[in-house]
Design a protein around this ligand. Structure first.
Ligand SMILES: Cc1ncc(C[n+]2csc(CCOP(=O)(O)OP(=O)(O)O)c2C)c(N)n1
Ligand SMILES: [Mg+2]
Length: 333
């Protein structure tokens, strides 16, 4: 099953219907279950290349992407498999791509690090830190000229915010009032380097003033807070008023990659990890759903359907063939 992309006209947060709340929860839950399965496949040696997980950051992912229309564009980092799911890539070709199979959304040639899905306007998750920000500015320019009303959302980490491309991109996007939404997922570490040891400013959001755009700092563990910030930024961009910088304060529950297998405990403390885990966006939002009147049984049904879909996607990927050798020369420029 592939659930369709998102409502073009979302109500304000206070008016969000139980069905929308359930949808937001389910997107986060699917991403978590998908990544649990991906991790198990990786540990079993089935994933060629690195698959870097966004576990803990799902509220930032889903809240920021949800207001986008199917016709809007989105770019993310290597940690962007959740973004691909939220933008509408079906779990089956996505999982097949993770295993480098011919049925993958890049015919097995993208893998976990170079995934693209132009069918949902995701021109790529990018392994080179900060390299996709100028691409987002270019897409923003093409949106303004060729597809007025469309926007481009670009997700990046706190490490990327220290790159020269960050400054160039924000400056140009603001100068030309391009419809770009810059979303920094500040998980407080770039590999093992803490944010406060790499940034001259206390936050990323406060840098927006230097580029004459709004800068918003949100709780990246709260899907509704992120959604509201993203929706405001998307609407501003659609009105032709230019870009916004959103900083989501969040945390990854796992190591930077499979080469950092002890959940990053060489450079961060168990207490810090536990204190963020107590704010797990999926657990806390589930409790909020129940409080807002969504029946527990309905949530459980959705959870088991998410799990069944992921299991089916894994089976599909495992059963799929590898690409033929000639495939290496197709779609290459
Ligand atoms: C230009 C460049 N320099 C260095 C690297 C190696 N590298 C891979 S991920 C990473 C850290 C990025 O941290 P951040 O932007 O905070 O994203 P996060 O991994 O926390 O999501 C680095 C330095 C790279 N991929 N590209
Ligand atoms: Mg980071």
């Amino acid at each position: 099953m592939s659930r369709g992309p998102h409502s073009p006209s979302l109500p304000t947060t206070s008016e969000l219907a139980p069905a929308v709340l359930l949808e937001l929860y389910s997107w986060m839950h699917r991403i978590r279950v998908f990544e649990d399965a991906l991790l198990a496949l990786q540990q079993a040696g089935k994933v060629p290349g690195l698959a870097q997980l966004c576990q803990g950051q799902e509220a930032s992912v889903v809240g920021s992407v949800y207001p986008l229309r199917p016709t809007d564009w989105m770019l993310a980092t290597y940690r962007g498999h959740g973004h691909a799911i939220a933008k509408g890539t079906s779990l089956w070709p996505l999982m097949a791509e993770m295993l480098g199979k011919a049925t993958g959304c890049c015919k097995g040639k993208g893998g976990p690090m170079h995934l693209t899905d132009m069918a949902v306007r995701n021109p790529g998750i990018h392994p080179v830190v900060g390299a996709h920000l100028p691409i987002a500015v270019g897409i923003g320019m093409s949106c303004r000229r060729l597809e007025p009303g469309s926007v481009c959302l670009v997700d990046f980490g706190d490490g990327a915010a220290q790159c020269g491309t960050f400054h160039e991109s924000l400056n140009l996007a603001s100068l030309w009032k391009l419809p770009v939404i810059f979303v920094c997922e500040n998980n407080h570490y770039a590999v093992s380097v803490p944010f406060h040891e790499a940034s001259a400013t206390r936050t990323v959001a406060e840098r927006a003033i230097a580029y004459a755009m709004p800068g918003v700092l949100v709780d990246g563990m709260d899907v509704i807070a992120v959604l509201q910030a993203s929706q405001d930024a998307v609407e501003r961009a659609r009105r032709g008023e230019g870009p916004t910088l959103i900083e989501c304060s969040t945390y990854r529950f796992v190591g930077h990659s499979q080469h950092d297998p002890d959940n990053g405990l060489k450079y961060r403390t168990q207490e810090e990890l536990e204190s963020w885990r107590r704010r797990d966006p999926i657990v806390t939002f589930r409790a909020e759903l129940v409080e807002r009147g969504v029946p527990d049984e309905t949530i459980k049904q959705r959870e088991s359907s998410d799990r069944a879909d992921v299991e089916d996607a894994v089976q599909f990927a495992m059963d799929s063939p590898s690409p033929e050798p000639e495939e290496a020369y197709r779609d290459v420029y």
